[in-house]
Design a protein around this ligand. Structure first.
Ligand code: SAH
Ligand code: SF4
Ligand code: F3S
Length: 458
């Protein structure tokens, strides 16, 4: 055996894991927690797939395209794994996340490369699963665990948190009981579970101690969070935000993604009262047509949504709205689509995400009649995105000349510059003299870029 390979084979103590993350912010958070769990078992994270002893694809099942990406990546991994085996070094390949939960053993049937499949509710068992897979077993763990994974996952490591930067995600709620007829999330993430106030506060304090300045609370239905308070009573998200606002060092709070039906008075009041709660809210409405909203099982009307936005804006006048839209849901007519454009005009978004409806196996939408032609979906998506882009520009241009707080996040691409984050999530490019990473400073916006703002120090 050549010396290099002997060294590699003997490098058991220093195994490396590479995690590729697809999908939403919760997957980003989960990948970090998986890294933390595996670190306790001696795995260090690597950014280079060729160096990895363990490769995990943390997958997304939300649309067909997202799910199919996984199989093309597995094709590449199959080759890499064979090359590695020829050199006498093992590479374990795993699929985690929402495709893992939705397809389970089928993934192993479709791809010979895969050694393990672990669903989102069992990440605390990952180190044990990896050990079994290294022993030559194919392991599938997609049962919902009886124990709470968060109780069993190691806390985020301080040094690692610091390395990840001054902003962080924190999952407070997972799963969904809403069953919108287009959506796989209730099937892939299971039913709604809220973490307790004590768990959340402890994790937030740990993040703050490691230098994190801005925390985004995550949940598939984050504003449906209802956790156990220290006194045993049930708290809502608004109350939790008041509590988190007291943590020293945490200067900014956000939460995502919200459902219009769960915006209660206390949460709206938090937007009025808490300066640390950033004036930016992602509140998807999906469609502006009551007929389509009903078919989607969203359980609110377009008018309900607009009235809600009025209440939120009354509480926090400088709040900027963001949303998600689906075009071409089964049965969507031209008139329904026009209603969606109308709700966008009425709301005025600072940003929004939009998607062509993708029928998902097992969801009621996929069984509905009246599927919309691909060509029509394309046209509608283009028109919708043009309108959103226009609103986004109007919003960004309206900031020119204004002074605003910016969290300095990282070095810029050009020497002498740093990149900050505006209250509305835009990257702000400013001279490095503005402050150190982690500082929150006032800057004046001088002009807009494609997706960013340029600013000068004040
Ligand atoms: N929990 C969030 C959404 C999670 S999925 C919420 O309730 O808002 C993120 C977005 O993907 C959704 O808001 C929706 O716009 C889009 N989406 C979900 N399923 C889809 C599908 N089958 N086809 C196209 N877009 C979809
Ligand atoms: Fe999916 Fe609807 Fe639940 Fe959001 S609320 S995760 S869109 S089912
Ligand atoms: Fe995708 Fe699962 Fe998130 S389906 S959007 S990774 S919850």
């Amino acid at each position: 055996m050549p010396a290099g390979e002997a060294a590699a084979a003997g490098a058991d103590a220093a195994r490396k894991v590479f995690i590729k993350t697809y999908g939403c912010q919760m997957n980003v958070y989960d990948s970090q927690r998986m890294n933390d769990a595996l670190a306790a078992d001696g795995y260090s994270a690597t950014e280079t797939i060729e160096d990895a002893d363990l490769v995990l694809l943390n997958t997304c099942h939300i649309r067909e395209k997202a799910a199919e990406k996984v199989y093309s990546e597995l094709g590449r991994l199959n080759k890499l794994k064979a090359e590695r085996a020829a050199r006498g070094r093992e590479m374990v390949v795993g699929v985690t996340g929402c495709v893992a939960q939705a397809e389970g053993r089928e993934i192993i049937r479709r791809s010979a490369a895969v050694d393990l499949v672990v669903g989102p509710q069992t990440y605390h068992r990952l180190p044990e699963v990896v050990r079994k897979a290294r022993g030559g077993h194919k392991v599938v763990e997609t049962e919902y665990a009886l124990e709470d994974k968060f109780e069993h996952l190691p806390a985020p490591r301080k040094a690692e948190v610091a390395r990840r930067g001054v902003t962080a995600f924190l999952t407070v709620q997972e799963g969904c009981d809403k069953f919108c007829t287009f959506c796989v999330v209730p099937y892939t993430r299971g039913s709604e579970v809220s973490r307790s106030v004590a768990q959340i506060v402890a994790e937030a304090e740990r993040l703050a101690e490691a230098g994190v300045r801005e925390v985004t609370l995550l949940g598939q239905n984050v504003n449906a969070w209802h956790g156990e308070g220290p006194d045993g009573s049930e708290w809502g998200l608004g109350r939790l935000l008041y509590r988190l606002a007291e943590i020293p060092g945490l200067a900014r709070l956000r939460y995502t993604t919200s459902h219009p039906r769960d915006m209660d008075d206390e949460l709206i009041a938090a937007h009025r009262d808490l300066a640390v709660l950033m004036p930016y809210l992602h509140l998807p409405v999906q469609s502006g047509s009551d007929r389509i909203l009903k078919a989607m099982n969203r359980k609110h009307t377009a008018k309900d949504y607009l009235r809600l936005i009025d209440r939120i804006r009354a509480a926090r006048p400088d709040i900027a709205m963001s949303g998600d839209f689906i075009v071409g849901f089964p049965g969507e007519t031209d008139a329904d689509f026009e209603a969606t454009l109308a709700i966008i005009r009425a709301t005025n978004y600072a940003s929004a995400y939009s998607f062509k409806y993708s029928p998902r196996p097992g969801t009621p939408g996929a069984e509905m009649g009246g599927h919309v032609e691909e060509k029509v979906k394309d046209e509608r998506l283009q028109r919708l995105q043009a309108l959103i882009t226009e609103q986004q520009h109007v919003f960004a241009n309206g900031l020119v000349g204004r002074t605003m707080s910016t969290l300095i996040e990282k070095p810029g691409r050009e020497p002498g510059q740093v990149v900050g984050r505006s209250p509305w999530l835009q990257p702000v490019i400013v001279d490095e003299k503005a402050g150190e990473i982690g500082d929150i400073v006032d800057v004046r916006i001088t002009k807009t870029g494609t997706n960013s703002l340029f600013a000068e120090t004040v």
